[in-house]
Design a protein around this ligand. Structure first.
Ligand code: MSP
Length: 629
């Protein structure tokens, strides 16, 4: 039995954050679960490195795009290592085998008559790398915004190759009908059905106005559209076009795990591309919700990115993983809250789970010399516990199999509450006092056997904790479904080790602002970074309006050692006469720029509030050129 699971490949325009880690962690949990169930698993993740967005980020960093991608790809890889992600491969779209497969794939689409040349006229959102029609963009005054990320879009007019996406509408609808679970959750599928029912437009699949992409072999002045390039990773990484045997083994994927904002690409564009080249479609696309902070999607460009390492270092991997699955209802959006994380740690993990193990192992140590007692014939309450276990196990497996991860943990913790009830109701401390050692041994055995079951079932979510529990219970087999199916896996007489509690409780006070603090820290700069900006006092010696411009004024400023021309958009707020003689503040080391044909060597500083704009000046007289620090 094989299981092939993928995450989206992440753009390398910025470092990974807890949002990207969320998808990867969930995929890791599913991959580990499937391995536990006996599947041979291929778990793929990677980086999406072509396209305008990444190219611009490289330029801003002053690096060659490949060098920039190499650095960022390493950052993703090392974070996944720290988070103990068990991916089997890491695909990069700049990898040679991927580039060749993209070319083979697209050439095949062309050979099959699904591609034609045309002119694209429309909008393009660089942050989303997405084309938008006139009726899709948002107009806000004079700005035209992306309906997805609400950032400005650019107008494009290019000769492109187009994919006949429209041709596949009926076949896609049929596929959705015949495979009702193709896209999950249901409400996400319905969004896709609405798009399909509204009809599909052909998709521009090449670009000519920039070069950072995979060239189209038959017409290399075109590079392949970054989304087409990226989607093909799901087949390039497993050998399509270069290792047919491996490819046959793994394709079709069992699940593409993605965030909801890229569902259309995965549930409409990608299946149509696969139909075009004659490949079977993936079994399922699962589109989960977003992690938010104060209701906003976490993302670098919104300035609210949180580094998962902060929480992992503070609480440990397992706690973060447990929190993400248990608290953020899988499939829906959920707000990231450190307070809630600590709440789960203290109650679910420390109290309900860790403390139960702690109490049971303490008693085995004290009354049985650390050797697991042999259970005797059970009583009613023992049978109840076993029944509750088997019922929970069945529910848990069913929920995990249908990707209802949050509910699976909910069910498991209801069971843990029942194990605690069993432990309390059987009153082992009274049994000890009354010297009913046989009965005490049975209760402790049953308690520890259920804890073993819990540790096996939670091992995909909390692998390190489960390892610890296995160690305490001297369970050294490779955990598997068989161990869940039978009762009495623990061997009487084996060593039971009592040790530190599994989880340490944390005080809840002073946590409220922590998420904000992390974000603020991410947005802070060092004194060294600040000192790169050369701020100077400058005296305005000349000023005139630039002809035919409503906003621009040309200034000549005295910087002590030199005079400079600066062009500033302040004509609606100051007359040239008002400016002459003022001591203003300028950024002296800004790269020169040309505005309406006039060179500007520096930038003046001004404060803006609504419609009001006021220049920054100094408090009293000081020599022109004085440095500001
Ligand atoms: N490169 C494309 C995907 C190509 S797949 C063929 C892309 N990359 S991305 O870097 O923007 O990552 C998108 C994915 O990261 C989302 O689909 C989602 O899985 C994950 N997330 C990014 N921010 C997230 C949240 N705030 N919350 C949850 N998941 C988030 O799109």
């Amino acid at each position: 039995m094989k299981f092939y699971i993928t995450t989206p490949i992440y753009y390398v325009n910025s470092e990974p954050h807890i949002g990207s880690a969320y998808t990867t962690i969930i995929a890791d949990i599913i991959a580990r679960y499937k391995r536990l169930m006996g599947y041979e698993v291929f778990f793929l993740t990677g980086t999406d490195e072509h396209g305008q967005k990444v190219y611009q980020a490289a330029q801003q960093a002053g690096k060659e795009p490949k060098e920039f991608c190499d650095e960022l790809a390493e950052k993703f890889k090392s974070l996944w290592k720290e988070l103990e992600i068990t991916n089997d491969h890491f695909v990069r779209t700049t990898d040679d085998y991927h580039v060749r497969t993209v070319q083979i794939f697209v050439e095949k689409m062309i050979e099959n008559g699904d591609v034609y040349k045309g002119v694209y006229k429309g909008w393009y959102c660089i942050p989303c790398e997405t084309y938008w029609n006139e009726d899709e963009v948002i107009r806000d005054g004079s700005s035209v915004l992306c309906p997805e990320c609400k950032r400005p879009v650019k107008w494009l007019e290019e000769e492109n190759y187009f994919f006949r996406l429209s041709k596949y509408r009926d076949a896609l609808l049929k596929h959705y009908e015949e495979h009702p679970d193709f896209v999950e959750p249901d409400f996400r599928k319905n969004e896709m059905l609405k798009i399909l029912e509204g009809g599909l437009k052909d998709l521009s699949i090449t670009r000519t106005t920039f070069k950072w992409g995979v060239p189209l072999p038959r017409d290399p002045s075109h590079v392949i559209y970054v989304w087409v390039d990226a989607l093909i990773n799901y087949v390039s990484a497993i050998g399509y076009g270069w290792d047919e045997e491996t490819f046959k083994k793994w394709w079709p994927a069992n699940v593409h795990l993605i965030g909801k904002e890229i569902n259309r690409f995965h549930s409409i564009v990608w299946p149509a591309m696969l139909m075009s080249v004659g490949l079977p479609l993936p079994e399922k696309v699962f589109a989960h919700g977003w992690l938010t902070v104060n209701g906003q999607k976490i993302s670098k460009s919104l300035g609210n990115a949180i580094d998962p390492r902060y929480f992992v270092n503070k609480y440990g991997n397992d706690v973060v993983r447990y929190y993400l699955v248990r608290e953020i209802s899988f499939g829906k959006d959920g707000d990231f809250s450190e307070e809630k994380l600590v709440g789960r740690l203290n109650s679910d993990l420390a109290n309900d789970y860790g403390n139960l193990l702690h109490r049971a192992t303490a008693m085995v140590q004290k009354y049985f010399n650390g050797s697991l007692p042999r259970p005797s014939e059970g009583e009613g309450i023992d049978n109840w516990l076993k029944e509750r276990y088997f019922q929970t196990k069945d529910e848990y497996l069913k929920l995990m199999d249908s990707y209802k991860l949050t509910e699976a943990l909910e069910k498991l913790w209801l069971f843990i509450a029942d194990v605690n009830k069993y432990f309390n109701d059987t009153q082992p401390w009274v049994l000890a006092k009354e010297n009913k050692m046989d009965r005490l041994g049975t209760v402790l055995y049953n308690t520890l056997e259920t804890i073993l079951k819990v540790a096996i079932m939670t091992s995909p979510v909390m692998p390190d904790t489960s390892e610890k529990v296995f160690g305490r219970l001297s369970f050294d087999a490779k955990p598997s479904l068989e161990h869940l199916e039978e009762w009495g896996v623990l061997k009487p007489g084996s060593a039971v080790k009592h040790g530190e509690p599994l989880f340490q409780k944390v005080e809840v006070q002073n946590l409220k602002k922590v998420v904000e603090t992390v974000i603020v820290e991410e947005n802070t700069i060092t004194i060294d970074e600040f000192s790169k900006v050369d701020l100077r006092v400058a005296k305005v010696v000349e000023a005139e309006r630039i002809p035919n411009s409503r906003k621009l004024i040309r200034l000549v400023v005295d910087l002590g050692s030199e005079k400079r021309q600066i062009v500033a958009g302040i004509a609606e707020h100051y007359t040239p006469e008002e400016l002459v003689g003022k001591n203003i503040i300028v950024v002296a080391n800004l790269k020169p720029a040309k505005l309406m044909g006039y060179e500007s060597r520096g930038m003046l500083l001004a404060a803006k509030h609504g419609e009001t704009l006021r220049l920054l000046t100094v408090d009293g007289d000081i020599a022109p050129g004085a440095k500001i620090s």
